[in-house]
Every structure is written in C-alpha cells, then in structure tokens.
Design a protein around this ligand. Structure first.
Ligand SMILES: [Zn+2]
Length: 142
C-alpha cells in the first residue's frame, strides 16, 4: 500500500454531483477508495444544518449527548451520525448497535459527519427510512 496525492473522484450521494479532488490517501491507484461513493458533498452537508433529518448512529448516544473527537481532543457539538446513504468507516461500525432515528442536525464533526442534537431525537418508521434511503440511492445511481 502506498500513500500519496492522487486524483480522487467523489460522487455526492445527495445531489449526485461528481467532484474530482486531489487528496492525500492511503489508497493505491485503482483501489476502490479512489471512487468514494459514500459521502455527501460539503454544500449538501451545510444545507442539512438546522433541519430534521433521518440519521444512522453506530453505538449508543454518548452520555451528555456529545461525541468525543479523539483527533482534536475535544467534544463535538452533539452526537456524531451518518446520513442513511453514507458509508461509515468500518472501525466506527464494528460491533456497535445500528440506530436509525430523526434529529435536528446542528453541525458537522471532525470527519465532516453530521452532528445532531440528542434532545431532538424522534423515532422514524421503516417506511419513512426506506423512502429516504431510496431517494439518496436513486440520486447516486442515476
Ligand atoms: Zn451534494
């Protein structure tokens, strides 16, 4: 495995815009990570702030409702989550319960992930969850 600055193609799972970015990665040329298809673009993430969204959380909501960011050594504004069509890094998924609910997005976190206000969490039914995931996946597949 090599590390270096390589062309990095990203397709936003929300708006479908493809962006080429030259970024540092540990993926080698041809590695699937070069075609990142798991994220939302910055503009879409910013538009979600202040709105209620269906999100996925791996692991229970932390005490006090705030995730700890080990990279910065400080707490996020709220609990780190993902949007349904986003792929979570395996180390964040592994062995943790997968919770799906709706909440108000209040910021983005250290990994640009959506951060939610834990006091606004509401249950969502399966039908609504499927509708949102289908919408995001449809944009991605077109
Ligand atoms: Zn987008």
């Amino acid at each position: 495995m090599i590390a270096g600055w390589i062309d990095h193609k990203e397709t936003c799972r929300n708006c479908g815009i493809v962006k080429i970015e030259n970024k540092f990665t540990y993926a080698y040329p041809g590695h699937p990570d070069q075609n990142i298809t798991v994220d939302f673009c910055w503009d879409c993430k910013q538009k979600m702030i202040g709105t209620r969204q269906i999100v996925v959380r791996y692991g229970n909501i932390p005490a006090g409702g705030k995730s700890y960011n080990y990279a910065t050594g400080s707490y996020e504004a709220g609990a780190s989550c993902y949007f349904p069509a986003m792929g979570a890094r395996p180390e964040f998924r592994c062995g943790r319960p997968r919770l799906v609910f709706s909440a108000i997005v209040i910021n983005t976190g250290g990994d640009d992930e959506p951060v939610i206000d834990a006091n606004t969490i509401q249950a969502v039914d399966k039908k609504e969850r499927r509708r949102v995931l289908a919408k995001q996946t449809r944009v991605f597949n077109r």
